[in-house]
Design a protein around this ligand. Structure first.
Ligand SMILES: NC(=O)c1ccc[n+]([C@@H]2O[C@H](COP(=O)([O-])OP(=O)(O)OC[C@H]3O[C@@H](n4cnc5c(N)ncnc54)[C@H](OP(=O)(O)O)[C@@H]3O)[C@@H](O)[C@H]2O)c1
Length: 279
């Protein structure tokens, strides 16, 4: 059975992925910024006799990442799978997002994942084996209006992951991207809104119109059950025909699929037809 390190396990996909791997018999180091948020995982561990260890890890903090990885290596001797899941949402127009606000998103979603990857990779190279799962998004393939900075952080993660895929393959290490559409987690409640984006914003009405337009999608703009993503992460790690990218969810498969097949003009036409959000 494998040793799995997952970031951002206090809620959402991270918590559910920890349970998914542990219920299959793996040893899971479920890391989070604040381990007092790990009560549900501890309860599941005790009642179901799972191998789950809580671990303090803040992806924006070098010392925290180093200490967490060192602890796993000292105890388990290896990390077979690293799941870079920790992330924060952001919603607002590009023009009204200041640099410090954009940098905060990149610090977690992009540099946080890089920091963890850099710390784990030497151990995986030594073993000539390992899998790195980077939780990206449908917004790592398309730049939705008002999610531009969030999408930019995920595009950056996608580019680095693609390069890393080729760089680490010769060392027996696999890199893959999970690209979920909209799923029910805490991310909507904790997403960052730019200070300057308020009711008086010239973008406020357009933002509402776009939110409304999303209900015209076949999913009705509804968010899916987050367990689907936890299962998709597990299945992707064990895929017999390994791929780099995995779109997860009906909305992601539809929009991401169109993005892949169509050129820019055709894609714009398709989206404008489906959402009809401009005058
Ligand atoms: N839900 C969706 O629809 C969706 C779609 C596409 C992609 N995603 C991606 O999925 C991943 C998980 O998000 P989620 O939807 O499960 O949201 P979530 O419930 O808000 O979970 C996010 C997790 O990341 C953690 N986190 C944030 N900053 C951190 C840091 N500096 N160090 C360590 N952990 C940190 C949070 O911990 P705290 O409790 O300490 O804040 C939390 O555990 C993210 O990368 C997100 O971008 C989500």
């Amino acid at each position: 059975m494998a040793t799995i390190l997952i970031t951002g396990c206090s809620s959402g996909f991270g918590k559910l992925a920890a349970l998914q791997f542990a219920r299959k018999g793996d040893t899971v180091y479920a890391s989070m910024r604040n381990t007092s948020k790990g009560k549900e995982l501890e309860e599941a561990r005790d009642s179901e006799d799972l191998k789950i260890e809580l671990l303090q890890l803040d992806v924006t903090d070098d010392a925290s990442v180093s200490a967490a990885v060192a602890k796993v290596i000292a105890e388990a001797g290896r990390i077979d799978v690293l799941v870079n899941n920790a992330g924060i949402g952001a919603h607002g127009p590009i023009e009204e997002t200041d640099d410090d606000e954009a940098k905060e998103i990149f610090e977690t979603n992009f540099f946080g994942a890089l920091r963890t990857i850099r710390t784990v990779l030497p151990h995986m190279r030594e073993k000539k084996a390992g899998t790195i799962v980077n939780v990206s998004s449908l917004a790592g393939r398309v730049g939705p209006p008002f999610d531009g900075i969030y999408a930019a952080s995920k595009f950056a993660l996608e580019a680095a992951s693609e390069a890393l895929y080729y760089e680490t393959h010769p060392f027996g290490i696999r890199v893959l991207l999970i690209e979920p559409g909209g799923f029910e987690t805490n991310i909507g409640d904790t997403r960052r809104i730019p200070r300057r984006f308020g009711e008086g914003s010239p973008y406020a009405e357009l933002d509402q119109r776009f939110e409304q337009a999303l209900t015209k999608l076949p999913t009705g703009g509804e968010r899916g059950d987050a367990r689907v993503v936890a299962e998709a992460i597990y299945d992707a790690v064990h895929d017999k025909e390994p791929k780099l990218r995995y779109l997860v969810g009906e909305d992601a498969k539809m929009i991401g699929g169109l993005r892949q097949q169509l050129d820019d003009e055709q894609f714009e036409q398709a989206i404008r037809q489906a959402l009809d959000f401009w005058d």
